[in-house]
Design a protein around this ligand. Structure first.
Ligand code: BDR
Ligand code: CA
Length: 308
């Protein structure tokens, strides 16, 4: 079976780190490049984090720096991942440099080379993807689908209405959802179920490699941040869910919906409005993840981590 060509767009971020490992190590994927955006932290930090993760995990994939701020609004960073974006994770200095080419140019160039074959997996704010679509609308010809982590039909996590990645750049998200490309929204309705409970953590620890230790250390630090937020019994691996879906769509249950993003700057700024039943009279433009097959998800992740 041919490998699936993917670009992973990240803002690391503890769960982005696991998404990078899954995309780079799983044999089903051909990871063409890692593009980085500002989100969980400022761009300088997220780029360094991506480079340091790759170095530590022996991942030989080019890393491209992208947009340093949202299209229109002021920058917002996350508190969950700490000052560094990867608080609590000890990684050495990066062995490779960031590429000279801008992430947006790289996405455009790769899409030009592909004929409806390229899958974009953005797991941070959608600024890089929207910018690529604005700059070169013909990239839709090269892109098979966009599988993004972001949004929520139910409650948000940065405001009652909005999920973090969409809230950071709602205008970019709106461009992506209305691009005409097939979009799968892997949002909080599904990813909030991807809690790393102790038995899963022990399975990862049991792999006993340098990479599994990095994941365990990271999950302990990230888990502490989640615990401080309230009722969470473990860290939540949002971003790997999107990568896992590309590897094996049966990992997630999805429903067709019409999705658009609220861009008016009120209480619901950044909300993904999801309509499963054509209440608004608009045909579906997306699939929305609503559930997870836990066994498949963790088996798939652990298999990838064992490929070290
Ligand atoms: C998303 O926000 C970020 O903090 C995570 O990395 C994930 O992409 C979850 O809302
Ligand atoms: Ca992220």
């Amino acid at each position: 079976m041919d490998k699936i060509k993917v670009i992973l767009d990240v803002d690391p971020g503890h769960d982005d780190m696991v998404a990078i490992l899954l995309a780079a190590k799983h044999p089903r994927l051909d990871l063409r490049g890692i593009t980085v955006v500002a989100g969980n932290q400022t761009l300088d930090k997220t780029v360094q984090n991506a480079l340091r993760i790759c170095t530590h995990a022996g991942i030989d994939v080019p890393v491209y720096a992208g947009m340093s701020r949202p299209l229109l609004r002021d920058q917002v960073v996350s508190t969950v991942h700490g000052e560094s974006g990867l608080d609590g994770v000890e990684l050495g200095p990066p062995a490779r440099q960031v590429e000279e080419q801008h992430a947006v140019d790289f996405i455009i160039e790769e899409a030009r080379k592909c004929h409806k074959e390229l899958v974009l997996i953005p797991v941070g704010p959608l600024t890089n993807i929207a910018m690529a679509l604005l700059r070169e609308p013909r990239i839709v010809e090269g892109i098979k689908e966009i599988v993004l982590m972001g949004g929520a039909c139910g409650q948000g996590n940065i405001t009652p209405s909005a999920e973090f990645n969409i809230f950071v750049d709602p205008e970019a998200a709106q461009i992506v959802f209305t691009s005409g490309l097939p979009v799968t929204m892997v949002g909080l309705d599904a990813t909030n179920q991807a809690v790393v409970y102790p038995p899963v953590l022990e399975r990862i620890r049991g792999i006993g490699s340098r990479v599994s230790k990095m994941v365990v250390d990271s999950m302990l630090a990230y888990g502490a941040a989640y615990k401080a937020l309230g009722d969470w019994e473990g860290p939540v691996l949002h971003d790997p869910c999107a990568v896992a879906y590309v590897i094996d769509p049966s990992v997630l249950k999805v429903k067709k919906a019409w999705v658009d993003v609220e861009t008016a700057r009120g209480l619901t700024y950044g909300r993904t409005v999801c309509d499963y039943s054509e209440t608004a009279g608009k045909p579906a433009n997306a699939q929305v993840a609503v559930g997870i097959d836990h066994k498949k998800l963790w088996d798939l992740l652990i298999y990838a981590l064992e490929q070290d």
